[in-house]
Design a protein around this ligand. Structure first.
Ligand code: NAD
Length: 245
């Protein structure tokens, strides 16, 4: 129970990777505020996990909403020691084809949402005496992908923002790291087939719990790591399998 007495906020925590992170942090004794726009699923998860886990609606692009959520977390559980910026969306389209409003929407949720979250939570992290921020990026923050320009741009930017935050928050005892999952079986990847992972060294989709295990490690044990990347991708970003000569 390495997080007993600590308060955590997880965005996009109602399902997928976020829900697995909520479970992992709660299992370490953390008091977790689950936030999402999927209210039924979020409430259901909080009810299942009991008194140390609560749910609140938060669209991460809503600056006033962020202030209310941090205040609610402090009121109900105490100052926030852990923030996991996990909420994210994916929209497809080549640079030529993706409508500008789609490109902007992806940046707004995946990048601006995390930026708003770090701004809103920093005073509480100070009051907690320090802590850890985990930004869920992607292998799309390490590589380029066709048809995913907005998503790739958002995840590279989140990776860079993590480094600035690590530098700025260090004086308050706050570590800031990015996590880069490869293909993980969640509702986001529901329509994708196994051929996507066929050339990876570990040739299967990952499970949300495998990402959550990394987040738990970063929050509880990685006391000398900040401003850097942690990859959970079955080796997907290692290289390209060339055709036989
Ligand atoms: P998911 O779609 O299952 O979960 C994403 C959650 O974010 C959902 O509960 C959704 O309601 C919430 N969300 C979306 N927009 C929001 C908003 N504006 N405000 C608040 N919540 C919002 O997807 P997932 O696979 O669990 O993805 C979680 C994170 O992991 C995302 O940032 C995603 O980009 C990243 N990721 C996923 C994969 C993968 O293969 N699944 C790979 C790399 C990175």
């Amino acid at each position: 129970m390495r997080l007993a007495g600590k308060t955590a906020i997880v965005t996009g925590g109602a399902r997928g990777i976020g829900a697995a992170v909520v479970r992992a942090l709660a299992a370490e004794g953390a008091r977790v505020l689950v936030t999402d726009v999927l209210d039924d699923e979020g409430k259901h998860l909080a009810d299942e996990l009991g008194g140390n886990v609560a749910y609140r609606h938060l669209d991460v692009t809503d600056e006033a909403g962020w202030r209310e959520v941090v205040a609610a977390a402090e009121r109900e559980f105490g100052p926030v020691a852990v923030l996991v910026n996990n909420a994210g969306i994916v929209e497809f389209g080549t640079i030529e084809a993706q409508p500008p409003e789609s490109f902007r929407r992806v940046l707004e949720v995946n990048l601006v949402g995390a930026w708003l979250g770090m701004r809103a939570t920093l005073p509480s992290l100070r009051r907690a005496g320090g802590g850890c921020v985990v930004n869920i990026s992607s292998t799309a923050g390490l590589l380029g992908y066709t048809n995913l320009g907005g998503y790739v741009a958002s995840k590279w930017a989140l990776r860079g923002l993590t480094k600035t935050a690590a530098l700025e928050f260090a004086r308050d005892g706050v570590r800031v790291v990015s996590v880069h999952p490869g293909p993980i079986r969640t509702p986001m990847t529901g329509g994708m087939g196994d051929e996507l992972t066929a050339d990876q060294p570990i040739a299967r989709f990952g499970e949300p719990e495998e990402v959550a295990a990394m987040v738990r490690f970063l929050v509880t044990e990685a006391t000398y790591s900040t401003g850097t990347e942690f990859v959970v991708d079955g080796g997907a970003a290692t290289g390209v399998v060339a055709p036989a000569a």
